[in-house]
Design a protein around this ligand. Structure first.
Ligand SMILES: [Fe+2]
Length: 138
């Protein structure tokens, strides 16, 4: 059973961004499943791979979303971008720790990503949905 399930409650009113969120959730769920099933000795490499995939996807997705917010003249773009940048920094920091041989628990990393992903889509991303629904020129 997937750890996170996308539902209409997470929709931000933009099909492409919704699809990207679904893809991101799928990446998360696949990594999570692997961690639950695979051989114990593979766990750290699964963690590294999951993190790398997350970082790559985050980069692409954030750029797309920030461009979209710019197009709709979203007034809180800078605050929103700051949230993205802080999350990218968090991921980079964990990645550096991996490179330095300081392994963080996979479960800790997955929890952090899960909380951020859901929290961000539910709270921050919903704000631009509200904006475009109520204030943006159609
Ligand atoms: Fe966002």
């Amino acid at each position: 059973m997937p750890k996170i399930t996308w539902s209409e409650l997470l929709s931000v009113g933009n099909e492409e961004i919704d699809n990207q969120h679904k893809k991101w959730i799928e990446i998360f769920n696949t990594s999570y499943d692997k961690m639950m099933c695979d051989n114990y000795s593979l766990l750290s490499s699964i963690g590294v791979d999951a993190l790398k995939q997350m970082m790559e996807y985050a980069q692409m997705h954030f750029e797309f979303e920030e461009k979209y917010m710019q197009q709709i003249n979203y007034p809180a773009l800078l605050e929103h971008k700051l949230q993205h940048d802080l999350f990218k920094l968090q991921l980079e920091k964990i990645n550096q720790n991996f490179d330095n041989g300081i392994l963080k628990l996979n479960s800790e990393i997955m929890k952090l990503i899960e909380n951020w992903l859901i929290g961000h889509i539910q709270k921050e991303d919903q704000k631009y949905k509200i904006f475009i629904t109520n204030f943006a020129k159609k």
